[in-house]
Design a protein around this ligand. Sequence first.
Ligand code: ADP
Ligand code: MG
Length: 449
Amino acid sequence: MEKVWLEAQGNIEKVLTPQTFNTWIRPIRFGSATSSSLILEVPNKFIKEWVTEKYLAMIQEAVSALAETPCQIEFRLEEKTGDGKAVDLAQPGEKSGSPTGREKTRPGDPTSNLNPKYTFETFVCGSSNQFAHAASQAVANKPASNYNPLFIYGGVGLGKTHLLCAIGNQIHAKNGKARVCYYTSEKFMNEMINCIRYKKMDEFRNKFRKMDVLLIDDIQFMAGKEATQEEFFHTFNSLYESHKQIVVTSDKFPKDIPQLEERLRSRFEWGLIADIQPPDIETKVAILKKKAELNAITLPDDVAMFLGSSSTSNVRELEGMLIRLGAFASLTGNEVTLTMAREVLKDIIVDKSRDVTVEMIQKYVADHFRIKLAEMKSDKRLKTLVVPRQIAIYLCRELTKASYPEIGEKFGGKDHSTIIYSMKKMERQLTQDLELKTTIENLRRGLLS
Ligand code: ADP
Ligand code: MG
């Protein structure tokens, strides 16, 4: 069946543009097959979603034409080494050596399991993660001095793994000889089980005990796993006694991890416990901008704001939206725009702005500038009226689906060309006038909250 897939891939290549093919189809690998199904492996879930949506039928057809019997196609994510849960941020099909900041990330130590992309440089610090960020930096700058162990806790996708790896990468960058080791607690457990089975426990113990820095991710998975906890407890003690740094992360506070042995819990409480809270809109927007920069995606402010104001606080999900958008833009050869974002992400972002109407905007902006609603809709050319009117029109275009004629109608029966003129003027001014930009951002935020 592998041959069938390769041949089918070759046939698909003939009908797609090289860019589309390289982006979406080339990364798909043969996984396994049964008599009636073909399992294909894709590198990440964005490719998986996209290919399922756009190319499944084509793939199905290409394969069926070559296979002797009808065949069901299934996609599966490729297994990754290291932090298996981390989404690979490389743009699908991205060429190596992109002129972005990605080179700035250090290669890291291949034996440490650290994800080299997760560094302090690529981490955005905001009020929600300030404390954990500062604690992590303190530990990275002076391991095993003040905060040992460091316990980082916070919800899914809030940056725990990123910070944990950033600590390891920084220590390693400063001192290439430091033995740094990143393990998820699951991997710790699996390896331990294997070593027990093959009677290699001494090796297992020695390996961990000679580390200078031990980073254990998602410690909550050890809940209820007594033998693993026991082993980890001894590893912990041995490292701690020899003044080695330990950092663990968890999605819960130590006290709230069920079935965590008391003695382990109290060990965690010896050190510093730092939390990461869900990011606010400003931080979400800042993270999105950073990720866009790292992935060479041009992300206009209004789009960043649109993504940032979505209800999710899971940064991984936000990144997913961004990558999807970037991929769409590059595939279609267009710039990322708000209209495109709305369309591409319509199933993902519950668009709050759907509830915003022209009338609401008129009233809100009029109130803000303390003018009358009638003045907002009038033709009076006073500057104190023109500016609010143009801002309101701009926001109507941005936040509602109203067309130019509809907006014109609701602004006292203006011609649609007047509305277009007003929009153009605003767009031009926005590129020069920071105060205006801030005013609009505040109004937009007020309207969406
Ligand atoms: P967790 O381990 O808490 O579930 P991760 O560390 O895996 O979360 O973060 C999920 C994704 O979000 C990663 O790609 C990470 O780079 C990104 N991320 C989270 N917080 C930030 C931040 N403050 N700055 C930059 N990227 C972030
Ligand atoms: Mg994690």
